[in-house]
Design a binder for this molecule. Structure first.
Ligand SMILES: Nc1ncnc2c1ncn2[C@@H]1O[C@H](COP(=O)(O)OP(=O)(O)O)[C@@H](O)[C@H]1O
Ligand SMILES: [Mg+2]
Length: 225
């Protein structure tokens, strides 16, 4: 299999539960891939393996032809900081920081100067149509606005792959659609690939391709849009 990010024959068990049982999939550069399936089918486990957050019991994951499990811990964390971005369901923003500071944070950790980081963060808030929340803290904004802040923070460093696990799971459908529309437009504009876990067909509809996880295996629906 070829691609930017490739998982081959992954197996992962939690005690007696086989979450993944020979699952393979790949993601091309700039591609938006949805991982679908009912609750408990292994979607999050697949995402965590692809992102190098958990190590499969067997099988391998490669990013740019480099096997994640063969990398040192420091190389793998550098990859997660520099080339990967993450958007989860909720609770990922730092409550003490303003929304602008949350988006600027990964740049500051990379040594970008305060002024430059703030300027770049402001551009991303603007792109996600939330420049009005810049000075507010996460507790003072709506769920949809908070998720758009999280998307901005995932993309601000120039991530090549954004991993999103049920990013609209806590939102009503109108706000969910808005987040997905702005998220996918921003990812396309910056050329980032997206690995999107969802159990909702209308969220998966924003992807280029759908993978269904079932019985621990990944089925590629190969649906062209
Ligand atoms: N850390 C864990 N410890 C024990 N069981 C787990 C753990 N993570 C996942 N599982 C189990 O593995 C299966 C797949 O889980 P998961 O990947 O979270 O599914 P999904 O994201 O599709 O809901 C489920 O049966 C779940 O209970
Ligand atoms: Mg899950």
């Amino acid at each position: 299999m070829s691609g930017l990010l490739v998982a081959e024959d992954l197996h992962k068990s939690f005690g007696p539960t086989a979450a993944l049982d020979g699952a393979s999939m790949s993601v091309a550069a700039g591609e938006i891939v949805a991982i679908m399936g009912p609750s408990g089918s292994g979607k999050s486990t697949m995402l965590h393996c692809l992102a190098g957050i958990i190590r499969p019991d067997a099988g391998k994951v490669s990013y740019r032809d480099q096997e994640l499990s063969a990398m040192s811990d420091s190389r793998r964390s550098a990859l997660r900081r520099g080339e990967f971005g993450f958007v989860f369901q909720f609770g990922q923003l730092v409550p003490e920081l303003t929304c602008l500071e949350n988006v600027a944070l990964p740049l500051r950790l990379d040594g970008v100067r305060r002024k430059d980081a703030a300027r770049r963060a402001a551009e991303w808030l603007d792109r996600l149509e939330i420049d009005d929340v810049a000075g507010k803290r996460p507790g003072e904004v709506s769920g949809g606005q908070g998720q758009r802040v999280a998307v901005a923070r995932a993309l601000v460093t120039g991530a090549r792959v954004v991993f999103a696990d049920e990013p609209t799971g806590a939102l009503d459908s109108l706000n969910g659609e808005r987040v997905m529309r702005l998220f996918t437009a921003a990812a396309r504009e910056s050329g980032a690939a997206v690995v999107l876990v969802t159990h909702e067909a209308r969220v998966a509809a924003y992807s280029d391709r759908e993978i269904v996880v079932r019985d621990g295996k990944a089925l590629d629906l190969e649906r062209a849009r």
